[in-house]
Design a protein. Structure first.
Lengths: 556, 103
């Protein structure tokens, strides 16, 4: 794992010292809120509905047991004993007191963590595939380049007052698990004729005007990456619409100017700045790579695993859903579900965080990952340890066998916490998960991604959910709009709106109608919901969804 | 004709704790909606809001929230204000818990 250099530590310490003084000046009245707000946002501190919220970056979703334990300590000491993991691979604390935030930041710095650039019009926390370094299908580990981008972008003088926020996502696998197509820049590491390079996507984004990223460079040689993305950000920094917040993201710039013109401008600027890079970025990348060297993998018998599979059906069912193929024989990637039926998606208690840290340390080469799907991953577990890991998880309420199933729902904080929300998201997720658990239909339904946002900002990725749910305020009442057929993977696609929305107490039955329609329409259990949707289109699902209403009207 | 002015209270978030507070008739901040000064006159409301906003070193983001008369003082018109006076619905945290622990 990457460890801070002296420069990194000194930089974070200095930033924390500055922020401590700023908080003091705010509390003693020498700074007004208008003056203080941009300063607190630079440190990831928001004011939400009921309290402050501190957003802490987990760069490319990677952390070790020491860091996870420190998050648990912070949750217990300064919050209400839990934290919320988000789609941006951050953790959010929902209840800190302003006066304590400088101490929290100091506690984070002790384990090489911070909140810098988790907010504001800067280049945000770089996200990556949560199976990075472990996935069997990986071309290269995306984290070294994500770390390089983090170092380059942190406090980059040219990019502190961008037209708007700027998000970069990286995948090193042809099966995109990092939703790169929904990022301002999406990077896909690819191999061509034995050479590693990047496919660069630009102008993806969700929010009020969702767009799928377009290919800017089909194959960019490795050494060109940093000057090339610097050129992209520079071109947007000049062209981006500062006059209108809703048109400021690069997706709109690309839309207004066209991908070809953007490419021409980027290439022109790239040619100018490329010579100034002089290879230092490549030396840095090589050094960072060494930090991400693979752990010393074990060779051992898999008998405990095969034995448990044979004799324990509960274990087998969990292993079938929550394990993924590791690149090293004998190893598995363990996904820990933070989606126990009826619980808040993405929440983990301090006790659960400590247990996950302990398991990572004992059985997982001290590595943990946070997925954008709001789950925690133990990326490197030898199969012989998997039964012990499962037993410990189960005892702590972390043994839910539902990864990729209908109850593995992404939900943003919504109106339960978020000041921008137009409706709640969490209770809808809780009700859907509880309902399908009662119906005992989860396994029969198979792969299904439900994603819920509490307003058009789309933090819950609803546009790319197989079933997307968007909470709105219709004349003072919560109302939920459904989209179908979204896909977050390599060939990303935005979902189609079905029609009028549903009240809070109608949304679960509405989802049920869609699911029953799918079960009727699929050619075989192997045809997933998304595949059936792609074959049939919106019409039959729409008919099922609005059936009861149409019948009710007809009866009038 | 201009629309009739509906009753409002002044609400904000406390500077240090960040929790929801309401402006009382005595120019103090209370954690309980029942204690809020209910404003029924538009000009008076605008003036009171200026006074509340000047208390910038105690609170953040003061604004007028619409209310209707309820059994126990004002009741929020909009569900957002209902959540603000209660706390989140997924966990028993925030005001609902504070009230329970005081009772
Ligand atoms: C609770 C405080 C939050 C605030 C104030 C907030 C604000 C916003 C805003 C304004 C946008 C729209 C940006 C645009 O379209 O230009 C947005 C998008 C987004 N946010 Fe949040 N958000 C919050 C929480 C979260 C959480 C908890 C997550 C992760 C679960 C998240 C992840 C995202 C993502 C993935 C997008 C869409 C991607 C994009 O186009 O940028 N946000 N957020
Ligand atoms: S989608 Fe809206 S409600 Fe949900 S977290 Fe983002 S800004 Fe808040």
């Amino acid at each position: 794992m990457y460890t801070y250099s002296e420069f990194d530590s000194a930089f974070v310490a200095e930033r924390n010292r500055q922020f401590r003084a700023q908080v003091e000046r705010r509390i003693d009245g020498s700074l007004t809120e208008d003056e203080f707000k941009p300063l607190r946002l630079m440190n990831g501190l928001y004011l939400q509905l009921h309290a402050y919220m501190l957003r802490v970056a987990i760069p490319y979703g990677t952390l070790n047991s020491r860091q996870m334990r420190q998050l648990a300590m912070i949750a217990e000491r300064w919050d209400k004993g839990y934290g919320h993991f988000t789609t941006r691979q951050n953790i959010q604390f929902n209840w800190p007191n302003l006066a304590n935030v400088p101490d929290i930041l100091e506690a984070l710095a002790k384990v090489e963590m911070h909140s810098i650039q988790t907010s504001g019009n800067t280049i945000r926390n770089v996200t990556a595939d949560h199976f990075a370094g472990a996935a069997a299908d990986e071309v290269a580990d995306p984290r070294p380049v994500a770390e390089l981008i983090r170092q380059w972008s942190t406090d980059h003088p040219e990019f502190q007052f961008l037209p708007r926020k700027f998000k970069v996502g990286v995948t090193g696998s042809p099966n995109d698990r990092a939703v790169t197509a929904s990022h301002d820049i999406g990077l896909r590491i690819i191999e061509r004729n034995g050479e590693i390079g990047y496919r660069v996507l630009v102008g993806g984004g969700l929010g009020r005007t969702p767009m799928i990223g377009k290919v800017l460079a089909d194959f960019l040689p490795e050494a060109d990456l940093l000057p090339y993305i610097e050129a992209v950000v520079s071109v947007w920094n000049l062209l981006g619409r500062r006059d209108n917040k809703f048109k400021s993201r690069i997706k709109i710039t690309v839309h207004e100017h066209g991908i070809d013109e953007i490419r021409t401008r980027v290439e022109k600027h790239f040619a100018i700045i490329k010579p100034s890079f002089a290879g230092i970025d490549q030396q840095m990348l090589a050094a960072i790579r060494a930090d991400f060297a693979a752990p010393a993998f074990l060779t051992a018998s898999e008998t405990p695993y095969t034995h448990a599979r044979q004799h324990d059906p509960v274990f087998r069912s969990w292993a079938d859903t929550n394990l993924s193929e590791h690149r090293v024989p004998g190893y598995a990637i363990v996904s820990i579900s933070l989606k126990a039926h009826g619980k808040t998606p993405g929440d983990a208690s301090a006790h659960q965080m400590r247990l996950m840290a302990e398991l990572a340390e004992r059985y997982g080469h001290d590595e943990l990952r946070i997925s954008h799907e709001q789950n925690v991953i133990l990326p490197h577990v030898h199969k012989s340890f998997v039964p012990s890991v499962f037993a410990a998880l189960r005892a702590a309420g972390l043994g839910t066998a539902n990864i990729g199933l209908i109850s593995d729902i992404i939900a943003c904080p919504g109106m339960d916490y978020c000041a921008l929300a137009t409706a709640r998201s969490i209770p809808i997720a809780q009700q859907i998960a509880t309902r399908f658990d009662e119906l005992k239909l989860e396994y029969e339904i198979g792969e299904m991604k439900i994603k819920i946002s509490g307003c058009i900002n789309a933090c819950g990725h609803h546009h790319v959910g197989h079933i997307g749910i968007l909470g709105l305020d219709r004349a003072g009442v919560e109302n939920y709009q459904i989209t179908l057929g979204g896909d977050h993977r390599t060939d990303a696609r935005l979902g189609d709106r079905t029609g009028p929305g549903f009240a809070a107490d109608e949304i679960v039955p509405a989802i049920e109608r869609i699911v029953y329609a799918y079960l009727d329409l699929r050619t075989a259990p192997s045809e997933t919901f998304l595949a059936a949707y792609q074959r049939l289109g919106l019409a039959p699902f729409k008919a099922a969804l609005y059936k009861t209403e149409a019948q009710a009207y007809a009866a009038e | 004709m201009s629309r009739e002015f509906t009753p409002k209270v002044i609400t904000a978030n406390a500077l240090i704790e960040g929790d929801v507070v309401y402006f009382t008739a005595h120019d103090t901040w209370s954690r309980a909606l029942q204690d809020a000064d209910v404003l029924t006159d538009e000009a008076d409301a605008a003036l009171r809001l200026l006074i509340a906003e000047a208390r910038n070193d105690e609170v953040v983001g003061a604004y007028l929230a619409e209310m209707k008369p309820g059994a126990d003082g004002p009741d929020p018109v909009h569900f957002r204000e209902e959540f603000r006076r209660t706390g989140p619905s997924n966990l028993f945290h925030g005001k609902q818990a504070d009230i329970a622990s005081r009772a």
